[in-house]
Write a protein that binds this ligand. Structure first.
Ligand code: MRU
Length: 375
């Protein structure tokens, strides 16, 4: 996506891989919208840590990071002993998988890399195939987001007001985005619409990341408090909801996404507002019998008890005023918090799932391969 950095427009992906240095390059999303900075992880442990601490976040973005991290970790291996290499592969895979448990995308992405590796025999061949597989995964993810944009764009009409939750934009993907892909496509065709970004407590990905993306793209938008969506829907000021997902359970059509998504789906249903979920194929869980099997990440209570942001600080020597990223405690100091990162939206609340292959009912996802073959 094009980003303006120091007044200059630059094309940049959220996640990329430097094969020569064996480093994964990430936009540090913790600092946005205040500061644009890139981070290069030097080994797979650092890559896993970047997923865990949300330097990079969003299901398709952590998928590509895990795929590159797997290739990176395998390239770190010294020697030619194939049995030791296979054990090392398991260790790297598990470390990256455990960095964040709810999204299925990192698992699907790394399984894709392992699939490519089936064609190799020696350690050297397996390393090369892992690098190739990870790059192909990332490129395919971008192609899928483009197709989501083309398929979803038809839903956006002139004058519409669209609500989105969290950040399912290009920062949450390798590029383009899922929920925002139809918006970017419609905008490029001159369709005029306005986006309402839920601020998305506790980490405020809507207020910080989605708003920043839309501002860069010059798409009219507002940030609203999470609690305000019902008010706007009730007044007829929201025409459609589009969100992303971290895992769609193929067998049930359940949608797992950022905490607060379920609330918005219930509200949309009550007000007869179409509720769409946009996903690449990597977000489909083909195996789980239901969402009961999925670990919902419980994050640090500090996220609920306070906020991160830029504060003014006097730098010691020259007494200059500088901006510093800091945590401010808001809540009562002795009260604990619960902080589930995701919730589950049942299929009956979902109007359609926008995929790279078209728009489907949640119940059709389990048959998507058959539908595609017979088309
Ligand atoms: O905790 P995050 O910021 O990783 O959560 C992100 C979301 O919930 C997104 O909506 C989801 O990953 C889909 S991103 C295309």
């Amino acid at each position: 996506m094009k980003v303006k950095i120091n007044g200059r427009s630059k094309d940049i992906r959220t996640v990329s891989y430097n094969e020569k240095l064996n480093q994964v390059c990430l936009i540090d999303q913790r600092l946005l919208p205040h500061k644009f900075a890139l981070i290069n992880t030097k080994n797979y442990i650092e890559t896993a840590e970047a997923i865990k601490n949300m330097t990079v976040r969003g299901a398709p973005a952590i998928a590509a990071t895990a795929a590159y991290g797997l290739a990176q970790g395998l390239c770190e291996f010294k020697g030619n002993d194939i049995n030791k290499f296979r054990k090392h592969t398991d260790k790297v895979f598990q470390t990256l998988k455990n960095a964040r448990p709810t999204a299925v995308d990192p698992i699907n992405a790394m399984n894709r890399v392992l699939w490519w590796m089936n064609a190799g025999e020696t350690v050297g061949e397996l390393k090369s195939l892992a690098v190739l597989g990870s790059k192909l995964f990332a490129d395919k993810s971008v192609e899928e987001c483009k197709a989501i944009g083309v398929n979803g764009e038809k839903l956006i009409k002139d004058g519409m007001r669209i609500l989105t939750h969290c950040n399912a934009g290009w920062l949450a993907c390798v590029d383009i985005g899922t929920a925002t892909a139809p918006m970017y496509e419609a905008h490029s065709k001159g369709v005029k619409f306005t986006v309402f970004c839920d601020e998305t407590r506790p980490r405020l990905q809507g207020a910080s990341l989605t708003a920043w993306e839309l501002a860069q793209a010059k798409i009219p938008h507002y940030i609203i408090a999470d609690n305000a969506a019902g008010y706007f829907m009730n007044r007829g000021e929201i025409d459609m909801v589009i969100v992303g997902s971290d895992r769609v359970i193929a067998r049930t059509g359940e949608v797992i996404n950022k905490i607060g998504t379920y609330t918005k789906a219930v509200l949309a249903h009550r007000h007869k507002i179409p509720f769409y979920v946009a996903i690449p194929f990597s977000s489909i869980d083909w195996n789980a019998k239901s969402s009961n099997e999925i670990t919902i990440e419980e994050r640090d209570p500090e996220e609920v008890l306070g906020v991160w942001g830029m504060v003014k600080k006097t730098a010691s020597k020259k007494r200059q005023i500088i901006d510093e990223y800091a945590y401010v405690r808001v809540a009562n100091p002795t009260t604990p918090a619960r902080n589930p990162g995701f919730d589950i939206t049942p299929p009956e609340l979902v109007t359609g799932i926008i995929t790279p292959a078209g728009i489907f009912k949640p119940g059709e996802i389990r048959n998507i391969n058959k539908i595609l073959k017979s088309a």
